[in-house]
Design a protein. Structure first.
Length: 145
């Protein structure tokens, strides 16, 4: 069972998310997205209809990508547990809602035009995370930053 967050966990979600045409129906997605949990960071490169690269990176490297999602492990766990329970995020646990409710925001970037890719491709990213409902997840306990 892969731990969240890890490249292995994201690879398993990718395998589920690309098994059907769900992502393809939403259109192309070209963005480099990061996920930050404590001192762990993962880079996800979406090109056209696929997630073509997944790699663990140093948190400082997040400054070089389009945007990243940053929240405490408790927020991630609540979202992913909700997705597992319902098969997809309910309205309180979508990426968009979490971004709106987090005081500092969920999606972050040094460049607003690059951060806008989060909103442009939001449905693709949500569909991707919703695929995690079919992945057994063990939650790592990242060290606080």
């Amino acid at each position: 069972m892969p731990k969240f967050p890890s490249a292995e966990w994201f690879q398993e979600v990718r395998d589920v998310a690309t098994q059907n045409d769900g992502l393809r129906k939403l259109g192309t997605c070209d963005a480099v997205m990061g996920v930050k949990v404590g001192d762990q960071a993962i880079e996800l490169t979406f090109e056209a209809f696929d997630l073509v690269n997944i790699r663990e990176i140093q948190p400082a490297e997040l400054a070089n990508i389009d945007f990243y999602l940053d929240a405490p492990i408790e927020t991630w766990r609540e979202m992913l547990d909700n997705i597992k329970e319902h098969g997809k995020a309910d309205l309180k646990h979508t990426l968009n809602t979490i971004d709106f409710l987090e005081p500092e925001g969920f999606a972050k970037s040094n460049d607003q035009s690059r951060k806008d890719l989060f909103y442009r491709y939001l449905q693709t990213f949500q569909r991707f995370f919703d695929a995690s409902a079919q992945v057994e997840t063990d939650f790592a306990t990242p060290q606080p930053v």
